[in-house]
Design a protein around this ligand. Structure first.
Ligand SMILES: Cc1cc2nc3c(=O)[nH]c(=O)nc-3n(C[C@H](O)[C@H](O)[C@H](O)COP(=O)(O)OP(=O)(O)OC[C@H]3O[C@@H](n4cnc5c(N)ncnc54)[C@H](O)[C@@H]3O)c2cc1C
Length: 448
C-alpha cells in the first residue's frame, strides 16, 4: 500500500477542523465519533495483520521504535507524528562548541524511515489523545486511530523554574543549548568572543535530567577552548546537586590540565551545599543568584534548566507530578491502556535519561507489542545503558549499566555497574575513541 493511500485510510478527513479545542475534541470523539468506522478503533480490532502502531515524537525513542517495529513485523502499519522535518542529535552536540563536530553532521531526516522501513511520517504536532476511542488529534486537525500508541516527546525544559529566565532569553543572550541547534552555535560564538580573563558560568540542574555527564563534558570542552583562545578565562559550574556522575574522573582531568583545586585553577565547581543552586537570573546585570543569596557575575551564562515530562505528555494526563509513570516490563502507561511512554518523559529512576536508554526502551516496547500480536507471553527484559562521555579529544569515559525489573514490573530488581573510567591516560584515550565511535554508530542505529 502506498503511503498516500495509507494516510488517507487512517485519517478521517471529517475531523480536519483546525479550530477544535482540546476539551471539545475529547468530548466529541468519545461520544459523537464512536462507530464512524475508524480503522482499528477498538482494542478488540487489534489483529496482527491490521494493527496500527502510532508513535508520537520522531526523536531518538520514537524513531528507534518505528525502525525496530518494522524490523520485527512487516505487516503492521506504523505512523510517526513529528512536527520537524529533520532531527538534530544532542549526543555529540557538546563537540560542536570547540568545533570538533558540526550541526550538519548531527542532523538527520526521516527519508530512510519512510523509504526503507515503510513508515508513514506525519509532519505535524500531536495535540490530544482520545483514550476511549484510541485516536490522536494533531495541530492541523488530523485524527489518527491507533491500536497501540508509543509516546516519546522528550522533556520540557522548565526555563521558568529559574526566576527571571525564560525561553526567549535562552534563544537570545543566555543560550541553554540543551536542544542541539542554533543555541549551540550561539554558545560557541559567545565563548570564542568572551573578553580575556572573563568567566563562563554553567548552571547544572537538579536530577533527573537528560544526559547526566553532559554539563561536565561541556565545561571540559569550554576549558579546552579557553586554554587556546583565552588562557586567563575561567569556568564556574554552579551545581544544584552535591555529586555527579564521573565525579572521580572529571576532577582528575581538570586537575591535570587546568589546575583544579589550586589558586590558579581555570575551573571551580560549587556544589549545592556550598551554595551552587541557581534560583534566579539577573539578566540586566549579567549575573545569577544562588539559593544562599550569593551573586555570581558571568560574561557568558549557560543555564541548563531543570526538566519535566514533555508538554504533550503533561497536557494529556500521562504524568503524575513531573514525570510519566510506566510499568517497566513493557513501558505501558500505568494510567491508560494500549499506551506506552518511553524516553526522557518517563519516571524511569534509577535508569538515567539518555538516548541510549530511550532507544533500548523503544526496542523493549516493540518486542512486547509484537509478542502480544502473536499471542506470546511478554518477557521481562534487560535494559542496557552505555553512558559515554568525554573531557577532550583524548580523554573519555564509559559506564555500562544493565537494568532488570522485579516480577511486578514496577520495581528495579537488579543493576550491574561496570565502571569504565580509570585514571590511566592510555586507557582514557581508548575510551575517548569508544565514546566518539559510539556516537557515530548510534546515529546510524536509529536513523539508517
Ligand atoms: C548536550 C546533550 C548531550 C547528550 N549526549 C548524549 C549521549 O552522549 N548519549 C546518550 O545516550 N544521550 C545523550 N543525550 C540525551 C539524549 O539526547 C536524550 O536522552 C534523548 O534524545 C531522549 O530521547 P526522546 O525520544 O525521549 O526525546 P527526543 O530525542 O528529544 O525526541 C523527542 C521528539 O518528540 C517530538 N515532539 C515533542 N512534542 C511533540 C508533539 N506534541 N507531537 C509530535 N512530536 C513531538 C520532538 O520534536 C522531538 O523530535 C544528550 C543530551 C544533551 C542535551
Amino acid at each position: 500500500m502506498s503511503n498516500t493511500k495509507f494516510t488517507q485510510q487512517v485519517l478521517n478527513s471529517s475531523q480536519k477542523k483546525s479550530g477544535l479545542s482540546r476539551r471539545h475534541f475529547l468530548k466529541n470523539t468519545t461520544a459523537g465519533l464512536a462507530g464512524l468506522g475508524f480503522w482499528g478503533a477498538s482494542s478488540r480490532a487489534f489483529s496482527k495483520n491490521a494493527a496500527h502502531i502510532v508513535i508520537i515524537g520522531g526523536g531518538i525513542g520514537g524513531a528507534a521504535a518505528a525502525k525496530y517495529m518494522r524490523l520485527l513485523n512487516a505487516d503492521v502499519k506504523i505512523t510517526v507524528i513529528e512536527p520537524n522535518t529533520q532531527y538534530i542529535f544532542c549526543p555529540g552536540s557538546n563537540e560542536v562548541l570547540p568545533g570538533w563536530e558540526t550541526l550538519e553532521e548531527l542532523t538527520v531526516t526521516y527519508t530512510t524511515l519512510k523509504t526503507r522501513y515503510s513508515v508513514n511520517v506525519v509532519q505535524d504536532k500531536a495535540t490530544d489523545i482520545d483514550y476511549t476511542n484510541k485516536r490522536v488529534k494533531t495541530a492541523k486537525g488530523e485524527v489518527i486511530s491507533y491500536d497501540k500508541l508509543i509516546v516519546s516527546p522528550g522533556p520540557t525544559l522548565d526555563y521558568e523554574a529559574i526566576d527571571g529566565f525564560n525561553k526567549s532569553l535562552a534563544e537570545g543572550e543566555f543560550p541553554s543549548a540543551w536542544h542541539a541547534g542554533a543555541q549551540t552555535l550561539k554558545l560557541r560564538e559567545q565563548v570564542l568572543s568572551m573578553k580575556q580573563g572573563g568567566t563562563v558560568l554553567i548552571s547544572s540542574p537538579k536530577d533527573p535530567y537528560r544526559c547526566p555527564p553532559a554539563p561536565y563534558e561541556r565545561a571540559s570542552f569550554i576549558l579546552t577552548m579557553l586554554k587556546e583562545h583565552n588562557p586567563t578565562g575561567k569556568v564556574v559550574i554552579l551545581d544544584s546537586k552535591d555529586s555527579f556522575i564521573f565525579e572521580n574522573v572529571y576532577p582528575y582531568y581538570w586537575k591535570e590540565h587546568f589546575g583544579y583545586g589550586t589558586n590558579n585553577s581555570m575551573i571551580e565547581w560549587v556544589s549545592k551545599s556550598d551554595g551552587g543552586d541557581v534560583i534566579k537570573l539577573d539578566a540586566t546585570n549579567h549575573s545569577v543568584i544562588t539559593a544562599n543569596g550569593t551573586v555570581h557575575k558571568g560574561d557568558v551564562i549557560n543555564i541548563i534548566p531543570p526538566e519535566k515530562a514533555g508538554q504533550f505528555a503533561l497536557q494529556n494526563d500521562l504524568a503524575e507530578g513531573d514525570w510519566c509513570p510506566v510499568n517497566f516490563r513493557d513501558f505501558t502507561s500505568t494510567k491508560f491502556t494500549d499506551v506506552h511512554v518511553i524516553g526522557d518523559s518517563i519516571d524511569g529512576d534509577p535508569m538515567p535519561k539518555t538516548g541510549y536508554i530511550a532507544s533500548n526502551q523503544a526496542k523493549v516496547v516493540v518486542q512486547a507489542i509484537n509478542d502480544e500480536l502473536h499471542g506470546r507471553e511478554i518477557a521481562n527484559p534487560f535494559i542496557i545503558n552505555d553512558c559515554v562521555a568525554m573531557a577532550s579529544k583524548d580523554f573519555g569515559m564509559v559506564l555500562t549499566e544493565t537494568f532488570r525489573f522485579a516480577g511486578d514490573g514496577k520495581r528495579l530488581e537488579e543493576r550491574y555497574n561496570i565502571p569504565g573510567a580509570t585514571n590511566d591516560p592510555a586507557r582514557q584515550v581508548i575510551l575517548q575513541k569508544v565514546a566518539e565511535n559510539w556516537q557515530r554508530s548510534f546515529r546510524k542505529d536509529i536513523f539508517s
